[in-house]
Design a protein around this ligand. Structure first.
Ligand code: KIV
Length: 266
């Protein structure tokens, strides 16, 4: 939707599929990155609970709280003038039942300024998705490798049970979700899922047949130079650039060449 001038809405996002327009989604956790990605024409900014790993340095997303998600969503929403802002419901903020799910989703819209929420799980989450969409909060589903289930799954692994994945995808759509993230699933399976749904599918490690793609911003920018997941293409080596810039700063301060006259007041 690169030529789209006004802010992108949930119906625009859904309509992209029937128009054959591929959707672009990147994660963002702060104002600076949100502004840059928004200006680049990214269709949706996902405030993912991956911030537990990317921003907070945990080994999983499980420690992330709803208060933290509200805070980061607010920062991202301030930086987004065109992109749809979608916020993750973190672990244990929708698992206790529909009342909890509604209250949590409501906070991400009311306090965070999100336009939609994302939650993990297929058949098992259908009841929560239905309850949230019933009060007109748009929901994006998420199946395949669902990071909040990392301990049950035994790690961050490719998910290959095609029949279960298809059943999950259909359950998410029937519950009223407006889009579906498919994570780490073989390409042939995500192709079957995409063909069997009406709502757009957004892949991450799910091959080229989805209606759109999502990546973690810091991954695609090469800000974790030691991490090489197969499904991440590094579109830049920003990590190297940051390190070299910081090294140059240290060198110039130590040499006494920064600040120079043009950086100083008379
Ligand atoms: O939390 C996240 O960043 C996500 C994406 C990887 C889809 O769920």
């Amino acid at each position: 939707m690169s030529s789209h001038e006004r802010p992108i809405t949930v119906p625009d996002f859904q309509a992209a599929r029937s128009k054959g327009v591929r959707l672009t989604v990147l994660t963002a956790y702060d104002y600076t990155m949100a502004r840059l990605f928004d200006a680049a024409g990214v269709d949706a900014l996902l405030v993912g609970d991956s911030l537990g790993m990317v921003v907070q340095g945990h080994s999983t997303a499980l420690p992330v709280t709803l208060d933290q998600m509200v805070y980061h969503t607010r920062c991202v929403a301030r930086g987004a003038s065109r992109a749809l802002v979608i916020a993750d419901l973190p672990f244990m903020t929708y698992h206790l039942g529909t009342t909890q799910a509604l209250a949590s989703a409501g906070r991400l819209l009311q306090e965070g300024g999100a336009h939609a929420v994302k939650l993990e799980g297929g058949e098992r989450s259908a009841e929560m998705i239905a309850a949230i969409t019933r009060v007109d909060i748009p929901v994006m589903g998420h199946i395949g490798l669902t990071p909040q289930s990392v301990h049950r799954l035994g790690g961050f692994r490719v998910q290959r049970n095609a029949e279960q994945l298809l059943a999950d995808a259909r359950a998410v759509e029937q519950a009223g979700a407006f889009a579906l993230v498919i994570e780490c699933v073989p390409s042939e399976v995500s192709k079957r899922i995409t063909e069997s749904l009406q709502i757009p599918t957004i892949g991450i490690g799910a091959g080229p047949h989805c209606d759109g793609q999502v990546l973690v911003g810091q991954d695609m920018l090469g800000m974790f130079p030691d991490l090489h997941p197969r499904f991440v293409k590094r579109f830049a080596e920003v990590g190297k650039l940051i390190r070299e810039s910081a090294e140059a700063f240290c060198r110039e301060v130590r040499e006494g060449t920064f600040p120079a006259a043009e950086h100083s007041f008379r």
